[in-house]
Design a protein around this ligand. Structure first.
Ligand SMILES: NC(=O)c1ccc[n+]([C@@H]2O[C@H](COP(=O)([O-])OP(=O)(O)OC[C@H]3O[C@@H](n4cnc5c(N)ncnc54)[C@H](OP(=O)(O)O)[C@@H]3O)[C@@H](O)[C@H]2O)c1
Length: 288
């Protein structure tokens, strides 16, 4: 299939390029080649490449910075996807788009299903939800894959930050009252490949399997333990990881306290089980 990739230099897109290029003809564009805020540029690139599907990895992803950059976050997370969706509708081709667990309020206690009500808080979350709604109302065929706690090669992410801090510091304080599921970009790219092959449409949730959720503190502890086993920390380096509450670690943007995503629909559509989170983390650390 001829796939036009938007935001092709981002962290997720790097894994997508590796995973999809064997089976599909990929046209790689980032803001320099196809600015998703410019409908005429999207049309021109589509005329040139004649895609059968557009995959959007472009977004405004800096959650805290978005609080003071609302207009631009809205442009990238809502207006950009709307532009892509309108072009897809006109060409009668599907749009595959990535969204986030942050669309949920975070006061649940069961893994969130695709049709559970969204109730985003904070600029990033609200504008990502607006992007979903824009795509829905465009009339194009779409697949929106919500994911969470994304990390991978080629981008700033939580396990990498923990690894770098652990090399320098003796103590890491990490919040233990926010529960979710991490996602390795390689595994999300694999999921996208299989969802595209299955012709999946609508909303689908995908993360690594964390059997009901883990906290950022759990993820930090696992990163330090697995990094030590792999020799990524200096020999004998002592690091204590200390759990703290969200109120002790205030951030500009609110985060959901519980945002575990239900993975049943992914398995129903593809017949596949998402890889387990800790094993995925080890694969990431080995790839670094
Ligand atoms: N990171 C997470 O923890 C997380 C969690 C859940 C969901 N997600 C979602 O997953 C998706 C991928 O995230 P990511 O972390 O891989 O993102 P990322 O690394 O920030 O990549 C986004 C890419 O989009 C490009 N871009 C920015 N403005 C553009 C424009 N106007 N036109 C075209 N491209 C543009 C960026 O270029 P520049 O770098 O030059 O700006 C960058 O290459 C996003 O939809 C995000 O919301 C992420």
């Amino acid at each position: 299939m001829r796939i036009l990739l938007a935001g092709a230099n981002g962290m997720l897109a790097r894994a997508v390029r590796k995973t999809l290029s064997g089976e599909h003809k990929l046209f790689l564009t980032d803001v320099g080649e196809m600015n998703i805020l410019k409908p005429e540029e999207i049309r021109r690139v589509c005329d040139l490449t004649e895609p059968e599907l557009i995959l959007n990895c472009a977004a405004y992803t800096q959650v805290d910075k978005a609080e003071e950059d609302e207009a631009f976050a809205r442009k990238l997370n809502a207006e950009g996807p709307a532009n892509l969706a309108r072009e897809c509708a006109a060409r009668k081709i599907p749009l595959v788009h990535i969204s986030t667990d942050f669309v949920f309020f975070g006061d649940g206690s069961h893994p969130m299903k695709e049709d559970d009500p969204a109730s985003p808080r904070g600029v990033y979350a609200v504008t990502k939800r607006e992007g979903e709604l824009e795509i829905e109302k465009s009339g194009c065929e779409y697949l929106i894959v919500r994911t969470a706690w994304l990390y991978g090669v080629g981008g700033k992410n939580f396990p990498l930050t923990m690894l770098n801090l652990a090399k320098d510091r003796d103590l890491l304080t990490v919040v233990s009252d926010q529960v979710g599921s991490p996602t390795f970009t390689n595994d999300l790219a694999w999921a996208l490949k299989n969802l595209i092959a299955a012709g999946a449409r609508g909303f689908v949730h995908f993360t690594n399997d964390s059997a009901g959720g883990i906290s950022w503190y759990d993820l930090a502890c696992a990163t330090v333990e697995e990094a030590r086993k792999l020799g990524l920390l200096p020999a004998g380096k002592k690091v204590e990881v200390k759990p703290v509450s969200t109120s002790e670690f205030p951030r500009p943007a609110p985060r959901p306290a519980f945002s575990v995503l239900c993975l049943e629909k992914f398995t129903r559509l593809t017949g596949l089980k998402p890889p387990e989170w800790r094993e995925a983390l080890v694969r990431y650390l080995k790839e670094l």
